[in-house]
Ligand binder design. Structure first.
Ligand code: C2E
Ligand code: CA
Ligand code: CA
Ligand code: CA
Length: 275
């Protein structure tokens, strides 16, 4: 039994080694992707149910890995956060998103995800100002998606940062709304432009009565505060109908379209233009 235990120990040790090696390799690959421009943005429609037309797109990053093909952000954003590479990656995202959006019709906006570490970076505001200037995109066509986790830590500083970003004329959306611990208190402290209701509530709509009640409560509250609501992860027609009944303004999800590469954006704009 003793030798068996030792064997198990070696087995785990080897597995940990293997995991550490894999991570180191991933980090090296990520660094060269940052140097050599190995990323691309895909775009997913943000669609107004009331107006029955396209309002803009969310930019979602993909890593074009030399051997592994397109790698999902779920796999590398956490590592990019830990290593600080997210700041450079995020700068590229803002610049590229603004440049792409500047070529779209003037009523369409672009939303970019800002990770917590990027949010605290002192160069964020400057990056945005430069990206807007270089692309010619009006500030009100850029939306920043932040999550509640930026409020962990120094709330005063977070609020000051939010106000200074808003001062640039960009819009601010609260992403993954409802998944944090005290979402509601943040609505009192900052006038967000949009709440993005997390997929987990949207998915359970129709299956679970409490999901409907929660979405109704969010949209009622948001309407009273003058904040737009968007439901994420809408895959079914029936979900869209329920969301419309619950007073939600916008939807995003596979029902309208999956995220698409830049080249497929013009065709989507035509399909979703409305009349
Ligand atoms: P997120 O911001 O909540 O983005 C929505 C995610 O839901 C995207 O996954 C999108 O492809 C997926 N999605 C959209 N519609 C549906 C649907 O109908 N059903 C389902 N099951 N999923 C749907 P993606 O593109 O893999 O991105 C994952 C996360 O990675 C994002 O979650 C965001 O937190 C992060 N991310 C993506 N791009 C960036 C970026 O440029 N910068 C930063 N910091 N984070 C990013
Ligand atoms: Ca997002
Ligand atoms: Ca989200
Ligand atoms: Ca999410």
């Amino acid at each position: 039994a003793k030798s068996e235990g030792k064997g198990t120990y070696h087995f785990f040790e080897a597995a940990l080694d293997e995991e550490a090696r894999r991570r180191r390799q991933l980090e090296l690959d990520l660094r060269s992707a940052v140097r050599e421009g190995g990323f691309e943005l895909h775009f997913q429609p943000l669609y107004s149910m009331a107006e029955q037309r396209l309002k803009g797109f969310e930019a979602l990053i993909r890593w074009n890995h030399p051997e592994r093909g397109l790698v999902s952000p779920a796999e590398f954003i956490p590592l990019a956060e830990e290593t600080g590479l997210i700041v450079q990656i995020g700068e590229w995202v803002i610049r590229d998103a603004c440049a792409r959006a500047a070529a779209w019709p003037g009523h369409l906006s672009v939303a970019v995800n800002i990770s917590p570490r990027q949010f605290t970076s002192p160069v964020l505001a400057q990056t945005i100002v430069q990206a807007l200037a270089a692309s010619g995109l009006p500030a009100n066509r850029l939306e920043l998606e932040i999550t509640e986790s930026i409020f962990i830590g120094n709330v005063e500083r977070t609020l000051a940062m939010l106000h200074s970003l808003r001062g640039l004329g960009v819009r601010i959306a609260l992403d993954d709304f409802g998944t944090g611990y005290s979402s509601l208190s943040y609505l009192r402290s900052f006038p967000f432009d949009k709440l993005k209701i997390d997929q987990s509530f949207v998915r359970d709509l129709g299956r679970d009565a409490s999901a409907g009640a929660i979405i109704r409560a969010i949209t009622t509250l948001a309407a009273a505060l003058g904040i737009e609501t968007l439901a994420e992860g809408v895959e079914l027609e029936s979900t869209m109908e329920a969301l419309q009944r619950e007073g939600c303004d916008l939807i995003q999800g596979y029902l309208v379209s999956r995220p698409v590469p830049d080249g497929a954006v013009p065709a989507l704009i035509t399909r979703l233009a409305g009349e």
